[in-house]
Every structure is written in C-alpha cells, then in structure tokens.
Ligand binder design. Sequence first.
Ligand SMILES: NC(=O)c1ccc[n+]([C@@H]2O[C@H](COP(=O)([O-])OP(=O)(O)OC[C@H]3O[C@@H](n4cnc5c(N)ncnc54)[C@H](O)[C@@H]3O)[C@@H](O)[C@H]2O)c1
Length: 375
Amino acid sequence: MAWTVRSTQDVTYRVQQTDSIFDPGNSTLADVAGLQQRSRRLVVVDRNVDRLLGRAIRGYFTAWGHDHATFLVLEPNEAAKSSDALLSIAQAADRAGIKRRSEPIVAIGGGVVTDLAGLAASLYRRGTPFVRIPTTLIGLVDAAVGAKTAINFNGHKNRLGTYFPATHTLLDHSLLRTLPERHIRNGLAEIIKMAVMKDSTLFSLVEQDADQLVDRRFDTPLAQQVIERSVSGMLEELEPNLWEHDLKRLVDFGHTFSPVIEMRAEPQLLHGEAVSIDMALSCAIAHDRGILGREATMRVIGLLHRVGLPTWHPVCDLSQLCSGLEDSVRHRDGHQHLPVPTGIGRARFLEDVTPEDLGRATTLLADLALESAGR
Ligand SMILES: NC(=O)c1ccc[n+]([C@@H]2O[C@H](COP(=O)([O-])OP(=O)(O)OC[C@H]3O[C@@H](n4cnc5c(N)ncnc54)[C@H](O)[C@@H]3O)[C@@H](O)[C@H]2O)c1
C-alpha cells in the first residue's frame, strides 16, 4: 500500500508604509498586531534601537493598553545571530505566554533581529505569526520584505533558516534618521542591485540623489520613490518564486561571490559592501564578454563609488573567487545562474564562467575602478 498526500498552502502577507509608527495616535501597528485586544505580547527589539527608541516603543504599547508586554532586547551583530539568541526568543515567548494564533510576536530592528525573530516565530509551536518593523535600510528594502528567516551556523552565513514571511511588515523610513552612515551606504547596495537588474528609472533616481540620500538619511523628496520602487521591484521578483523553486533569480545579482568575500574579509565587510564588490566584478565579467557596454559598466562602478561602496577587497584573489563561485553553484543546485547586466535595467544569466574569465575580469575591474576614481 502507498499513500500520496498532496496539499497546498496559500500564503498572503502585507508590506505597508506608514509614518511616525510609534506615535500612539498612529493605529497602524496596533491594528496589525491586534493590540486592541488586551492580550499578551512579546516584543523583540534590537539593542541599539532600544537605546534610541525604547521609551517611544514602550510608550506606544502602554498607550494601547499593554503595560505588561514582554520585551526581549537582542544584540544586533552577526556573531549573535545564533542558536543561543534563537532559543532565548522561544524562552521569552513561553514567559510571555502568548497564544498560538492571535498574539503575534513583534520584531523591531535590523536584518539580524528580524531574521532571528522570524526563525523563532516559524519554529515556535511550528508557526506563530509575527509582525516586522525594519529599522535599517537593508531591512526596509530587502531583509524584512521577503519570506526568508535564518541564523548563521557552523561558520556559514544563514545556513539554518526557513521560509516564513511576517503576516505584516511596516515600513517607516523616518526610522533611518539615527542609522549610522555606513549602514545607509550598505542598504544602497541592495537598491542599486534592483536598479541595475530591472529598473533604469530607479538607477537614475539614485544617481540624481545619491549624496543627499546618504547625508540626509533618506529624508529627501526623492527618498519615498526610491524605497517604493525598490520594494516593488523586489516583491515582483519574490512573489512568483517565494520558495525559490526557480534558482535563476535576478535578486541574486551581487550574491554569487559575496558570501565568501563577506565571511573572509578582515577587517569586516558589511553585507552590502561585499554585494557591491560582487556587482562590480559581475559587471566586469559582462563587459569582458562584450554583453555590457563600456558606458553602462562605468555608470554602475561610478555610482557604487559615489555612494561610498567598495568595488574591491584584498581577500578577492582568484582562488577565493573560484571557491565562492563553486559554493554558489552548489547553492544553485549545480548551475552557475550568474546574473549579469546587459544594460542598465536589463539582465541575463551566465552558465559558463571559467577561472580564466574571472582572472581577466579582476584585472579589468582594477583598471575600470582606477579610471572611475580619476573621473
Ligand atoms: N531575510 C532576508 O531575505 C535577508 C536579506 C538581506 C539581508 N539579510 C540579513 O540581514 C542582516 C543584515 O541586516 P542589517 O544590515 O539591517 O544589519 P543589523 O541588523 O546588524 O543592523 C545594523 C546596525 O544598525 C543598528 N541599527 C538598526 N536600526 C537602527 C536605527 N534605526 N538607528 C541606529 N542604529 C540602528 C543595529 O543595532 C546594528 O548595529 C544580515 O544578517 C543578513 O544576512 C536577510
């Protein structure tokens, strides 16, 4: 006897913009987290966000009748994105005594905290809803809008994880006001990624406003449009392929060599910085193949430099780049599926990049980067 069980799961989640999110007069968070019911609540907060906004956040919960919400403050660094932190969230969920369906966990912080809280939520009672409030630019345009959750494990980034989107994600870009400049640049890498792959208008907007976006922490007239176009582009790519059954993904631009670069670099590179190096190298590969023109190649490298992102790091020797490609081939189930631009806003995938191609591209990139710096 044999049985086949077939079942499908409908997934619906909302990503929504709001402003002054912790102003008690703004009911958006209360509505999506069901705070009108005087029930139990677990709120997981990034340590720096707690320092800067903890009073406002607690004031919000108190104003909506939750004087006794349980707050768990987490360290926001890659080393702390671990099983210990994961279990501490599960313990706090027990302590708070939250119900299985109607008392969502609320996660407030950068990608580290939202990835951690998301994984905990997906495991706690095999799935407890959660609400995400990203407070970094990477969070707003990337980490908190998709379905992936993770912790680092065994020396690998995001090795253990699940697909478990938050039921609601609230985006308030005024939270970026206190974000250190390096983290604004870091998030711009993911925005430039979307722009180069599929949105030439977004690319022009970032070119136009790059300095202001960094200096004024996205408090500029164009910032709203930049965020909206990035999130829309990202969700257009994710929605039809939420579980990544198709491993040819435009959103993997900049994510082929970067995991190895990010893990090996000393001093430490942020995620977006490693992505920036990978994007520059991928453009050089495409230029070397004759599928990306010189002007477009220089525009991408020039924009990365203008927002203060690196296009090179000493760790990028040929053997590391080859091992990065090999690891990505395993991750992409035996295929390179290397996304490269063929123009600003257009792309294709390469499947046959050789170590010789990589060697030539690194030399070419060094020349192009020098030329860009001299402009
Ligand atoms: N799930 C996904 O699809 C996805 C996508 C991209 C990245 N990620 C993950 O996200 C993580 C990177 O996220 P990140 O760049 O947000 O890093 P992060 O969470 O480490 O935050 C960066 C720093 O900014 C601080 N911070 C956060 N908000 C602040 C604010 N408003 N004001 C001042 N300081 C603030 C944090 O305390 C931290 O020191 C990585 O672990 C990466 O793997 C996940």
